[in-house]
Design a protein around this ligand. Sequence first.
Ligand SMILES: [Zn+2]
Length: 116
Amino acid sequence: MTSYQLFIYLDKETEIVIGKLGTFRFPPGQYVYTGSAKRNIDARIKRHQSNNKKRRWHIDYFLLNPHTQILKVIQSGKSECRLNQLTKGEIIVQRFGASDCKSKCGSHLNYVGEIA
Ligand SMILES: [Zn+2]
């Protein structure tokens, strides 16, 4: 299992529908999304970077909004939840990307704040 993080920038305050979770108002600034792929992590990351996809995961709804852009991607050997819990930030949407989370992360999307 390999995990990864997407560093995402939202350029203005934006209301985004996140599937069945509902509609949320996201403050501008940087977000960190933590995910994992059992195999072919490169294909997963390419998918995140593509705008040509159906909305399947919570993160798809976020990334397909034209005000978001991926700034950076990192990979890690740490478990998804461990990596997520090492990331400081604020939760905007409870359960975002964490439907299967058994480690009480709260959310796998963290709002880091404005970039200075
Ligand atoms: Zn988790």
